[in-house]
Design a protein around this ligand. Sequence first.
Ligand code: GSH
Length: 219
Amino acid sequence: MATGVKVYGPPDSTAVTRVLACLLEKDVEFQVISFNMFKGEHKNPDYLKIQPFGQVPAFEDENITLFESRAICRYVCEKHADKGNRGLYGTNPLVKASIDQWLEVEGHNFNPPSSSLIYQLVLAPMMKIEQDQEQIKQNEDKLAKVLDVYDKWLGDNQFLAGDEFSLADLSHLPNTQYLVGAAEKAELFTSRKNVARWWGEISNRDSWKRATDYMQNSA
Ligand SMILES: N[C@@H](CCC(=O)N[C@@H](CS)C(=O)NCC(=O)O)C(=O)O
C-alpha cells in the first residue's frame, strides 16, 4: 500500500517538482497523485476543495491539506527538522531569515520572468499557441538583470543563503531546469561565471537527479 504524504499534480509542473525535490532532500516518503492539466482536471470541483485557485501542487498530510509550493516546503522542513538534510531550512533564526529572504527573491524577482519564458518557449508551442516575441524579449531582459545580481552575490557566497545548500537554492531548480533544457536558454546561466558554478553544484545533487526522473517520467 502506498504511504507517506500526498502531492497532487503532474511532476513536470515546476511548482510540483519544487515540493518533490524538498521531500527527496528531506528523505520524507510521499506519493504523487498526478492528473492531466491539459484536460483541465485541476479545475474539477473536488480538486478545488483542496486548492481553491485550481493550481498545482496541493499537499496532504494527516488529513490536513496545504497549497503554495514554498509554504509546503517550509512545512516539510519544520516538521521533519531531524530527517534528511537537517540544514535545508537553517538551524537558527538568522539563517532561516536569510533563506526566507532568498525565497522571497526567487518568488518575486526570479520566478515571474522565468515562468513567462517557460510559458512562451516551452508550453505555448506544445499547446499550439502563437509565441509573443515581445514578451520573450522583455522577460529575457528582466531575467538577465536579476541574474547579474545573483552573479555578483554568488561571487562572495557559495550558495544564496551562505555556505550551505538551502531551500532558497532548491526553489530555483525547477524553472532553471526548463530554461537550460527545453527552453534552450542555458546561456543566461552559463555566461555568468558564478551563476554557472552555482547551477552546476545545485543541479548535481542526488535529490535533484531523482526529482528530474519524476519530471521526465510524468509525460
Ligand atoms: N505560487 C503557486 C503557483 C502554482 C502554479 O502557478 N502552478 C501552475 C503550474 S507550475 C499551475 O497550476 N498552472 C495552472 C493554472 O494556473 O491554471 C505555488 O508555488 O504553488
